[in-house]
Design a protein around this ligand. Structure first.
Ligand SMILES: Cc1cc2nc3c(=O)[nH]c(=O)nc-3n(C[C@H](O)[C@H](O)[C@H](O)COP(=O)(O)O)c2cc1C
Length: 366
């Protein structure tokens, strides 16, 4: 199949994308003391010059004393870090790209292998990063209120700096997802509960605060995953009805686009249909969605961290589903680390020139 269908523009609120290709958010840990430097600006600008439609930044953390477990993950607060981000977005715009930061609070974490730890304990809905592993403290109501406000300030700063959208990191077992998951949310108050609908309360309050601070026009994306690093087979929503109960409150609170993280985009979400997570999210909310996971690569990313190399692979199945209208945008991670001009090469039919992914590529920011 021809990839031309991916090269139609996409318009939604503040987004005016030249094509449907999104750079997936990828932590690179090259921002010393939380400040993204010129090397980070050049890294993203290369992808903008390589025709990526929308760049989502690596996760960048909000203004809470234990929002991060890694000293080299960028902050999205403080004068120096925000000046760094200003340089990033100016440079990406000059290269014809559009970009949003992925706003992040890690929640309860494992200690980082570097030995660096934040000045205060990790915080989450309960003490757990995963069932049976506690490594921090349960947030008080005032911690929660302060965290919600900090998410809102980060989004307001993104708008002020001129970013084209904001993505909230609500996936992969980090803070917002820790509230969603019964395995990590043991709260008895209004932020806990026995149903996925009840456990959306924290995310809903974050989204409402973001909307209060940025208004209606800034495009707002939330990234979600059913899987957790501790349990790849986990399903927060076990069927389409539960999916609707999870996503509808988020859409009602102000989400414009659902970014549906899978490790392999072609895996069916529920029995009886080949629709994937993004396909179902679009079907139950009517909102645009982004799919992701091993697009154009032979192996998936967690195995990639463990050293498994991936070769370039056909995107025909992706095109088939895109053409059917399952999702609106397609996010690509590792292929864009290996090939800053991945989008351009796909556009020009130069697939044979694409390089595969190997873990060694993570050692440099190119
Ligand atoms: C080095 C690396 C860092 C990542 N960091 C993040 C992150 O900060 N936030 C996030 O939501 N996902 C993160 N991911 C997941 C990617 O966004 C993406 O979902 C995953 O790599 C699957 O896409 P791919 O198969 O095209 O690489 C990361 C992945 C990689 C390879």
């Amino acid at each position: 199949m021809k990839p031309d269908i991916l090269f139609h523009p996409f318009q939604l609120k503040t987004l005016n994308l030249r094509n449907r290709i999104v750079m997936a958010p990828m932590t690179r840990s090259f921002s010393s003391n939380g400040v993204p430097g010129q090397n980070v600006a050049e890294y993203y600008t290369r992808r903008a010059a390589g025709e990526v439609g929308l760049i989502l930044s690596e996760g960048t953390v909000i203004d809470r004393p234990s929002s991060s477990n890694d000293a080299n993950v960028p902050h999205f607060y403080g004068e120096e870090a925000l000046a760094g981000w200003q340089n990033v977005i100016n440079s990406v715009h000059q290269a014809g790209g559009q970009m949003g930061p992925q706003i992040w609070h890690m929640g309860i974490m494992d200690n980082h292998h570097s030995g660096w730890t934040p000045s205060v304990p990790f915080e989450g809905p309960s003490e757990f990063n995963r069932p049976g592993f506690a490594n921090g403290k349960a947030m008080t109501e005032s911690d929660i209120a302060d965290t919600i406000a900090a998410f809102g300030r980060a989004a307001a700063d993104a708008k002020r700096l001129g970013f084209d959208c904001v993505e909230l990191h609500g996936a992969h077992g980090y803070l917002i997802d820790q509230f969603f998951w019964e395995g990590t949310n043991k709260r008895q108050d209004q932020y806990g509960g026995n149903t996925i609908a009840a456990r959306t309360r924290f995310a809903v309050d974050v989204i409402k605060e973001v909307r209060r601070q940025v208004g209606d026009e800034l495009a707002l994306i939330i990234r979600l995953s059913q899987w957790k690093p501790a349990d790849f087979n986990n399903k927060l929503a076990k069927n389409p009805e539960e999916l609707e109960q999870w996503l509808t409150p988020l859409a009602d609170a102000g989400v414009d686009i659902f970014h549906c993280s899978q490790r392999r985009f072609w895996e069916a979400e529920f029995e009886g249909s080949d629709l994937n997570f993004a396909g179902w999210a679009k079907k139950v909310t009517g909102k645009p969605t982004i799919t992701v996971g091993s697009i154009g690569l032979s192996g998936e990313f967690i195995a990639g961290f463990q050293g498994e190399s991936s070769d370039p692979s056909s995107i025909d199945e992706l095109l088939r589903r895109f053409d059917r209208g399952d999702f609106d945008l397609v996010a690509v991670g590792r292929p864009l680390i290996a090939n800053p001009d991945w989008a351009k090469k796909i556009h020009e039919g130069r697939d044979a020139e694409l390089k595969g992914f190997s873990r060694e590529l993570l050692g440099q920011l190119v």
